[in-house]
Design a protein. Structure first.
Length: 202
């Protein structure tokens, strides 16, 4: 697709999603009508509209940055407002094409940033520890100091995340997860966040 084709495709794109009612209903139910943590996988070839579907989830789920650009202004839009279904927050889109996010520290940073639009979520402890880790890294500090800072940053992230999750369901929206590679994603498997089968997606 050349530059003109991409511009035309963008100009033809509509605000309303069509022919995806069943998929959107399943995603909504998984978010709001389940007491269990869930991983929802959208699989399909390039150009099938997976990223567009995720953007719709952000909009319906009340992501503040998306809502600022595309507010609910008419009755039809309000009918699609998932924020009336339950207490959940939907993160910004985290694009895993960015290979730096395949490392634990950068992924935690991306998650914290993707939730920063919500006034009910704070990552203050993580921010402090992450900034300290960055300073130590920039100063080429010794291995033990950096390792200790990494552990403290991770624990601070988990504590902040757990505190936020006590009050609302947190929905992390990841795009292009097919770019995850085993070599850079072992920590995700170690934490039980994904399985080896998840990395064998076509």
């Amino acid at each position: 697709m050349n530059k003109d084709d991409k511009f035309l495709a963008a100009s033809l794109r509509t605000d309303r999603m069509v022919n995806r009612t069943a998929q959107m209903d399943r995603i909504r139910d998984a978010i709001y009508n389940s007491d269990q943590s869930k991983v929802i996988l959208l699989e399909g070839h390039g150009g099938y509209g997976k990223s567009r579907l995720l953007e719709e989830v952000l909009w319906r789920g009340g992501n503040p940055r998306i809502r600022a650009k595309r507010p609910f202004e008419d009755a039809t839009g309000r009918d699609l407002d998932w924020t009336t279904c339950g207490n959940a927050v939907v993160s910004d889109l985290i694009d895993m094409r960015n290979l730096t996010l395949h490392t634990q520290n950068n992924f935690m940073r991306a998650v914290a940033d993707a939730l920063s639009g919500y006034t009910s979520i704070y990552f203050a402890r993580f921010d402090n520890n992450f900034n300290r880790l960055q300073r130590l890294t920039d100063q080429h500090s010794d291995y033990e100091a950096i390792s200790d800072a990494i552990k403290k940053a991770k624990q601070a992230f988990l504590n902040d995340y757990a505190s936020a999750a006590k009050h609302q369901r947190i929905v992390l929206v990841l795009d292009t997860v097919e770019d995850l590679a085993k070599a850079s994603s072992e920590w995700l498997m170690d934490e039980g966040l994904i399985s080896s089968e998840d990395l064998s997606l076509s």
